[in-house]
Ligand binder design. Sequence first.
Ligand code: TYD
Length: 132
Amino acid sequence: MNGEFKIINIPKISDPRGNLSVIEKDCIPFGIKRVYYLYDVPSDSYRGGHAHKEQLEFLIALSGSFEVILDNGKYKEKVMLNKPNKGLLIPTRMWRELENFSSGAVCLVLASDVYDEVDYIRDYDEFLESKR
Ligand code: TYD
């Protein structure tokens, strides 16, 4: 998947006892190899600042809110995540920065691969070069 980002609705099972959302089957277009989460992020700090060569990631604001700036080398777009039943699918070779975390925000990340620094592009000029 090497294209545009997508907001994907995660099925929600509503109940007077509370909501339940589940990610399975074809909800996201990859098998999950890794799960990590960001929390206790100070409101004035930012995360991300890289692109991936192969790996796909699906981000969910499990609690609170934060913004994701997506940059494909030509255009930048800002997406706010603030619902546990909506996720952001980030394709390969998309620069992302996460900022404006609300207090108590939790960003869950489902990834298509294990952690491998070789898959990261952390230098913005190198990223732009790779898009040519
Ligand atoms: P970093 O990529 O800077 O996090 P983010 O993109 O969310 O801002 O990662 C922070 C540190 O954590 C860095 O030293 C690499 C390490 N790390 C792992 O060891 N395993 C992982 O799965 C991830 C995502 C990061």
